[in-house]
Ligand binder design. Structure first.
Ligand code: 173
Length: 322
């Protein structure tokens, strides 16, 4: 009787540990976005998460916790680094406090598909692993140039007397054009425009309607410069802890996400037309000033990168430039 009871107990224990083993094969990763939930980046992220979860039952699930209300925009990078959350959707400019090199990603002139082929993606990951305790998972925005939006008319690339909202993306370039600059997360820009705290701002070609900034925007300066980078980053220990099957599944889905990046070319065209319809006028300089403006953006961008980390700037420039 006693022996039989023990045997039953052992079998029950074994079954329990087996099912715990099976459950351990499904991992749930928490994800927070540095961009607000109403914006285009989260709008495109959510269907992907749904697909990951639908196809990843028993393997891998992603739990979207929200945007900057969950973790403030400029704190998310550190939260990923320290494992407060496993995955972040962010841009390098938002986590220069973790590593200044993060902002260099705006200087890529080749697609993420090409970056994976020419060694740029691996070079990024080597640095992100070492300095950021992060895995750089995938880039989900490309072909979105940044622009200067302003409420004061300018006829040459000189921003003397203008107060411009920035992030690290634009700091050195706009300062080189004599602007005075104020850093804010996207979520605080509407109020800054409304109160006249700023005369303009930097932002990519797409997305201003998500925040209603068109109500407070008179001009967009063309051409754009750099390429908006929005990516998924992951806590490195959490990434390493994944089983081979989980990592393979995640990577398959990340490549599928990047394959959707063709979306952005048409989105840029649509958003340009929508801005025009909304009454936003385009400021264009003459040919010589236009070239000077574009050249200066990259000159200043790389010079600033070289100042922060000469060795990495040199290596990345060779890998990022056409
Ligand atoms: O302007 C910003 O907030 C910014 O730096 C950025 C970066 C990538 C995409 C969109 C905005």
């Amino acid at each position: 009787m006693k022996a039989r009871f023990l045997k039953t107990a052992v079998v029950a224990l074994l079954a329990a540990s087996l099912s715990a083993g099976a459950a351990a094969q499904e991992v749930t990763l928490r994800l927070v976005s540095a961009f607000g939930e109403n914006g285009i980046y989260v709008k495109r992220l959510l269907p992907w998460i749904e697909k990951v979860n639908a196809e990843g039952k028993g393997v891998l699930q992603i739990n979207f916790l929200g945007g900057p209300k969950a973790i403030p925009t400029f704190e998310l990078g550190n939260a990923v680094k320290t494992g407060v959350v496993e995955i972040g959707m962010s841009t390098g400019a938002f986590y220069t406090n973790v590593m200044p090199e993060a902002d260099f990603l705006k200087l890529t002139q080749i697609t993420i598909a090409e970056q994976r082929k020419n060694g740029a993606f691996d070079a990024i990951n080597q640095l992100w692993n070492e300095k950021g305790n992060m895995q750089y998972l995938a880039r989900m925005v490309e072909n979105q140039a940044f622009h200067l939006y302003t409420n004061k008319k300018i006829d040459k690339p000189d921003l003397t007397g203008l107060k411009i909202r920035i992030t690290p993306v634009y700091r050195d370039f706009f300062q080189a054009l004599n602007a005075s600059v104020i850093t804010t997360p996207p979520g605080e820009l509407y109020t800054a425009l409304e109160r006249g705290v700023v005369d303009g701002y930097g932002w990519p070609i797409g997305g201003i309607f998500d925040f209603n900034w068109q109500e407070k925007t008179k001009y967009r300066v063309d051409p754009g410069f750099y390429d908006a980078e929005v990516s998924l980053i992951m806590n490195l220990p959490a990434y390493k802890k994944l089983t081979d099957a989980q990592r393979a599944y995640l990577n398959k889905q990340l490549l599928a996400l990047e394959a959707e990046n063709t979306f952005w070319v048409q989105y840029a065209k649509d958003e340009t037309a929508r801005q025009e319809k909304a009454g936003i006028q385009t400021i264009k300089f003459d040919a010589a000033a236009t070239k000077a403006y574009s050249d200066k953006a990259y000159e200043v961008g790389w010079a600033s990168a070289a100042k922060q980390n000469p060795e990495v700037a040199k290596r990345f420039k060779a890998l990022f430039t056409k």
